[in-house]
Design a protein around this ligand. Structure first.
Ligand code: PA5
Length: 413
């Protein structure tokens, strides 16, 4: 099974045989569609969020005009999507003209690093992202880094939470997180788009890629929908054949955060009631020389998804300054081709050992293809939740731990 979508090509033919049973697919489709029509907003969000773009641009422009660098604070769904966009798409020039420091693991080394970062600039913008507005790690870092002169921008729920209360009290600017979109599904809202705009990324193109994907997926019959079929294959390989560990292995380092985003999406949405796969992240050649041995010859409980970029034009070809005739096949080829062939070799090798794989090839890594990829994986994950019989849109385990931490802080001796 292969699809040439406008934004990328997806190939599931190397996953082996998995049953495409119409009944469970149609039932899961009906249940998911009912939720998308009532209380869940991520799928329609790329269209709806367009009305917020002028405000996002205005805020980003104002911050860049007043400051020479930015610290962003946010954790989990309030971090990984934005960070993926930034790491994949920010140009080196922008990174040096408007440096950005992200705090997502709030510990003493982070606070030290952030304070040093603040000292190095003349004026630092502060962006704080928390849907609930009550996550204590984020609030703590905010308290550590905000001084009397700072006018932070807060991205949070439009009605409730401590960040909203503070914004109301101090008149700080805000952008909303839609009520019907959970943290890990919120990359295509202000949560992902404002930091991306601050980092000089073309957020209109991110949305136009997501909108094109939305139109494509919406037009598919359930049994032909590639996002559904990827979920169906992964679910079936897990529950029928024990392939519980489901890696995503981009071959481009700038897509490494995308696999962290995927891990959170899959883990927090599907890991419930004793069910759910174990998603994991790996990176191209680095893990080809590390995890591959285990993937190939270890326990047969892993399936691997590859993401590669086929564009070879961005990489220069350089002749070596030394002589090395035995390796002449290596000179004069684009680095992107070497990378693609490395990915091909890994996939072939895993295929020889019967390890199920799938592959997504992006013609090039840009705002459009990434926007499309986000929406594709979000829909696939939400569909997988229906197959597993769990609610993709809550996270009781995470909420309980947030409460335990608040209790522990309140009950300190
Ligand atoms: O996806 C989720 O809901 C979580 O990962 C949250 O994003 C994370 O716990 C942070 O929550 P908040 O955005 O409320 O600070």
């Amino acid at each position: 099974m292969k699809w040439d979508l406008k934004e990328f090509r997806i190939d599931l033919s190397t996953l082996g045989n998995f049953p495409v049973e119409l009944d469970p697919i149609n039932k899961a489709h009906e249940k998911l569609s009912a939720r998308l029509r009532s209380d869940i907003g991520f799928f329609d969000c790329p269209v709806k969020v367009r009305s917020l773009l002028p405000d996002i641009h205005k805020q980003a422009k104002a911050l860049r005009a007043r400051h020479d660098r930015v610290v962003c604070l946010g954790i989990g769904g309030s971090h990984l999507g934005a960070w993926t966009l930034i790491e994949a798409l920010r140009t080196p020039q922008d990174a040096s003209t408007f440096p950005l420091c992200w705090g997502s693991n709030f510990d003493p080394p982070f606070v030290e690093r952030a304070r040093h970062f603040l000292k190095e600039g003349t004026s630092t913008a502060l962006v704080v992202i928390s849907k609930s507005g009550n996550t204590v790690e984020t609030l703590s870092a905010f308290a550590q880094l905000c001084d009397k002169q700072t006018q932070p921008l807060l991205i949070t729920d439009s009605k409730s939470g401590e960040l909203r209360r503070l914004a109301n009290q101090y008149g700080w600017p805000t952008l909303p997180v839609p009520e019907n979109i959970g943290g890990r599904f919120s990359v295509l809202t202000a949560v992902g788009l404002l930091p991306a705009a601050l980092a000089g990324i073309d957020i209109e193109s991110v949305l136009s890629g997501a909108i094109a994907m939305h139109e494509y997926l919406q037009g598919c019959a359930p049994q032909d929908n590639p996002a559904y079929l990827l979920a169906t294959a992964k679910h079936s390989l897990h529950v029928r054949s024990g392939y519980a560990m489901q890696y995503l292995m981009p071959y481009w380092s700038s897509l490494r955060p995308f696999s962290d985003w995927y891990v959170q999406l899959w883990a927090e949405s599907l890991g419930k009631n004793g069910r759910g796969p174990s998603p994991a992240a790996a990176l191209g050649s680095q893990d080809q020389h590390s995890l591959l041995q285990l993937f190939k010859d270890g326990p047969k409980n892993k399936l691997i998804g590859f993401v590669n970029v086929t564009d070879e034009t961005k990489t220069s070809v350089k002749n070596p300054v030394f002589e090395s005739p035995d390796f002449s096949y290596l000179w004069n080829i684009p680095v992107g081709r070497l990378n693609r062939l490395a990915c091909d070799s890994t996939q072939t090798s895993l295929g020889r050992s019967g390890v199920p794989t799938y592959r997504i090839d992006l013609p090039s890594l840009n705002a459009r293809t990434l926007g499309a990829l986000f929406l594709f994986f979000e829909l696939s994950c939400a569909f997988a939740a229906e197959l597993y019989g769990v609610n993709a849109f809550d996270q009781p385990g995470v909420e309980e731990t947030k409460q335990l931490l608040r209790d522990a802080l309140q009950n300190q001796p």
